[in-house]
Design a protein around this ligand. Structure first.
Ligand code: ATP
Ligand code: MG
Length: 377
């Protein structure tokens, strides 16, 4: 797929800006705080309707404006598509395809596919489990847009169940020795348990499946970048046991664990069981990369994961996704830069931000469109 042009109106520090992409690689160069990452963020929003920075629409609308817009013209194998997203400082965002507004945001997902690789991702291995879950979630949202809905449902059930657990805890705290305790919250809790198990098993099984497909791709990239001396293994570490990929078995394991953790959950007033506690584990030559891997090894690992992500999306969608490289190239040594360049060739349209062109070797510069970004222009 190819992003032909992007139009930003009152989005972040852009008042009105039209960008035509004229080469498979575009380098956005400029000083700090000029709008380079903002532009990439706009593309990310069109891809997943989520930004890895802030969740709030009003922060993304230009400071003195009430509404912001991102529009794009995308070439897909099946024809061109016009994408439109309108953000409001107050009120709901709206999305449009080919200038027709969509009732369901879900129908907007999976049209522009993009892999985001920013300097923050270099921390994916060492960072919190939540980072790794968000990473898997964003891949799944692109591959299976319905997943966004499944995850939202799970989070809703989780919030409501947590509220109930807090009520139960409060009731316990306020109970006098001779006081009678109402049975109602406990009956309600059993209902939420069933819903949590159903929604949770959908999330966790999908995450495990996508990781299973991603792992061999990452392993092969990693082996080639590291000169075949290191064996990377990527495994899913679900909070609820996933021995069989069978919905009923997983739901039952979920319910059993909830039963087992009943008292600590009520004491803490929080749900302790479910995919909001899942993680991903990385080992290099059978030692955990998180605690033993050097900075360079962790970088190679993240690069391999991102390349695997590109490949997987390409395989599933049938077209190469975009690659958004935010401030990351300068962080990679020449060997890793070249591996990346070889891997993307001109097949994956790539947008790259940098503060100085000196970080790139001639090969990159000669084959790229170079745009200078200054104060939202
Ligand atoms: P760096 O090289 O430091 O990463 P950058 O060019 O990537 O810089 P961006 O993150 O794209 O910078 O842009 C940051 C600028 O955008 C900041 O000056 C910030 O104040 C401004 N900005 C962010 N949101 C808004 C908004 N809603 N309205 C106006 N300006 C905004
Ligand atoms: Mg930036």
């Amino acid at each position: 797929m190819y992003l032909k042009c992007l139009k930003l109106r009152q989005f972040r520090n852009y008042r009105d800006c039209l960008v035509n992409f004229e080469a498979p690689k575009t380098i956005l160069v400029g000083n700090n705080a000029q709008g380079k990452s903002n532009l990439l963020e706009a593309v990310e929003l069109l891809s997943t309707l989520k930004s890895h920075r802030s969740g709030r629409d009003r922060e993304m609308v230009l400071e003195d404006a009430s509404m912001g817009q991102i529009q794009a013209l995308l070439e897909r194998a099946y024809g061109s598509v016009e994408l439109g997203l309108t953000l409001r400082s107050q009120g709901r965002r709206t999305v449009a395809l080919n200038r027709e507004s969509l009732r369901r945001q879900l129908d907007f997902l999976g049209i522009l596919n993009a892999v985001q690789f920013s300097s923050l991702d270099l921390d994916l291995v060492r960072g919190s489990p939540e980072r790794r879950r968000n990473w898997l979630d964003s891949i799944l949202t692109q591959l299976e847009p319905i997943y966004a809905y499944i995850l939202q449902q799970y989070n809703q059930v989780l919030r409501q169940r947590n509220a109930l657990l807090k009520t139960i805890r409060k009731q316990e705290e306020e109970r006098t020795p001779e006081g009678v305790i109402s049975k109602q919250p406990q009956t309600e809790l059993a209902l939420w348990d069933a819903q949590l198990a159903t929604a949770g098993s959908r999330v966790t099984r999908r995450r495990a499946r996508v990781l299973q497909r991603l792992a061999p791709l990452a392993q092969s990239w990693h082996s080639s970048i590291s000169g075949k001396t290191e064996l990377l293994e990527v495994t899913y570490a679900p909070n609820v046991n996933l021995e069989k990929d069978d919905p009923e078995a997983v739901q039952q394991a979920f319910l059993d664990k909830l039963h087992h953790r009943r008292f600590p959950e009520q004491r803490q007033g929080i749900t302790l069981v479910g995919p909001h506690r899942d993680d991903v584990e990385f080992t290099i030559n059978q030692t955990p990369a998180r605690s033993y891997g050097s900075q360079g090894q962790q970088r190679t690992l993240v690069l391999a994961l991102k390349l695997a992500e590109l490949k997987l999306i390409e395989e599933v969608v049938g077209e190469p996704p975009l690659l958004l490289l935010d401030d990351v190239l300068a962080e990679l040594d020449p060997n890793r830069q070249n591996q990346l360049l070889d891997a993307i060739q001109d097949r994956f349209q790539t947008l790259i931000t940098t503060t100085h062109l000196g970080a790139f070797d001639a090969q990159w510069l000669n084959s790229s469109q170079i745009l200078s970004v200054q104060a939202g222009q």
